[in-house]
Design a binder for this molecule. Structure first.
Ligand SMILES: [Zn+2]
Length: 77
């Protein structure tokens, strides 16, 4: 872990940590039904580029990527 600070209210101790676990799927375009899980090696599937961890401030409710909270903690040192 590393120090986090809220970019809005500067809270440094109360957070929700949301670990992302992206699942690569193919859905039926009309019904939304899950057709299959797509393997990481599928050449038509872009790799996931989102954040692996998001943070919500448990004081003011601001939500952003963990890097924003980590950078804010650096800045407020
Ligand atoms: Zn906050």
């Amino acid at each position: 872990m590393q120090p986090y600070a809220c970019p809005s209210c500067r809270n440094k101790s109360r957070f929700y940590i949301m670990e992302q676990s992206p699942v690569s799927v193919k859905l039926h375009p009309q019904t939304g039904e899950l057709v299959e899980y797509i393997s990481a090696g599928d050449p038509l599937q872009q790799p996931y580029r989102g954040e692996m961890r998001r943070i919500q401030c448990a004081v003011c409710g601001v939500t952003d990527g963990a890097h924003v909270f980590a950078k804010t903690a650096e800045r407020l040192k």
